[in-house]
Design a protein around this ligand. Structure first.
Ligand SMILES: [Zn+2]
Length: 358
């Protein structure tokens, strides 16, 4: 298996995010990435630097006005008389967040303050001087992995950081700026007719759901903590099943806080059954590890053995598969989570690394 990662993805260095009324220290820290890279080294998986594909792959799934905002936001922010250290919204425009609607018109105001409110849907996606470059290079890792699979590899891993699954067609959210998984789907669609996206991050993959909500050529499935009292709150409910041609091609499996391996795996079996009946030609896994029991943001109670079991079951689908890294914020555990997953996926014997449980 080949893995893809660009050093520029480390440069994004968020300083803050708002959590339950407090500005907190960032959770998407570079140490996460170091831990994932160390896990790949342990497994002797080669990490390749992706080519520079520019913004074209991202433009396949994101609105042009949103991409322009992202590219210039930090520079425009500096024109304010007393700018804060990062671009962060202070206005929340009325927005019809109905799941079936894809896009809004471009922001009517040219003010960067207005645009920050319009294009950043929460206070967890601050834009610093290197954010755009890191996010763009993160998409390139996803593109390289998808192209490897398109060209015949059975699987590939994209070490995407920043993550992507919360980004809608035209809006950043949840530590994410560009939807790497959706971009991988667009790349795969150039060869494969039907794609399934299986999201195992603890958070609902709301951006990915929205991007493909009206389509039947992309099945989206997400297992996540119940949004009734957990981020992203507004979507991720079982009643969201798709719209128009996409009706029946979105499956949400919300789980109560504290869900452990056995119950989670029973729901995962349901997700796999849906994948099988859909008969996709290729698979994208939104690979978050924040459902781990030790995750500082997660509210589920999974072990690394669960990730190992999940991976083995995904392998048994025998589909061309792109693994796209999403969340996971337990710096001391995320490497072991990736190791367990990849050992399961690649049918390797466990290395004996600890798989801690609370
Ligand atoms: Zn997450």
């Amino acid at each position: 298996m080949q893995a893809y990662f660009a050093p520029e993805q480390m440069a994004h260095d968020p300083k803050q995010f708002m959590w339950e009324g407090r500005l907190c220290d960032p959770k998407d820290v570079a140490e996460r990435t170091q831990a994932l890279l160390a896990a790949l080294r342990t497994l002797h998986i080669d990490v390749h630097e992706p080519d520079d594909y520019g913004v074209t792959p991202a433009a396949a799934v994101h609105a042009s006005d949103y991409l322009a905002f992202l590219a210039h936001a930090y520079e425009e922010w500096q024109t304010l008389s007393n700018p804060g250290m990062e671009v962060l919204g202070s206005h929340s425009p009325y927005y019809n967040a109905r799941v079936e609607s894809l896009a809004r018109p471009p922001c009517p105001s040219t003010s960067i303050v207005a645009k920050a409110g319009y294009y950043l849907s929460d206070l967890s996606s601050p834009i610093g001087p290197h954010t755009y470059t890191s996010a763009l290079r993160s998409t390139h890792s996803a593109v390289a992995a998808a192209r490897a699979v398109r060209e015949g590899a059975s699987s590939a891993y994209a070490l995407c950081r920043p993550s992507g699954h919360h980004v809608r067609h035209d809006c950043a959210a949840g530590f994410c700026y560009l939807n790497n998984g959706a971009i991988a789907v667009a790349q795969l669609r150039e060869k494969f007719a039907r794609i399934a996206v299986l999201d195992i991050d603890v958070h609902h993959g709301d951006g990915t759901q929205q991007i493909f909500y009206r389509r039947d050529d992309v099945l989206t499935i997400s297992l996540h903590a119940d949004p009734i009292d957990y981020y992203p709150f507004f979507t991720g409910y079982a009643s969201e099943t798709g719209h128009g041609a996409g009706q029946g091609y979105n499956l949400n499996l919300p789980l109560p806080r504290g869900t452990e391996d056995t119950v989670w795996l029973a729901h995962f079996a349901h997700a796999l059954e849906r994948v099988r009946t859909y008969k996709p030609d290729a698979l994208v896994i939104a690979l978050g590890f924040d459902a781990h029991a030790q995750d500082p943001l997660g509210v589920l109670d999974l072990s690394n053995e669960c990730f190992r079991a999940v991976a083995a079951q995904i392998r048994q689908l025998s589909l061309p598969t792109v693994l796209v890294q999403e969340g996971g914020y337990a710096v001391d555990h995320i490497g072991a989570s990736l190791t367990a997953f990849l050992e399961g996926f690649l049918e390797r014997r466990p290395t004996g690394l600890p798989s801690p449980r609370r």
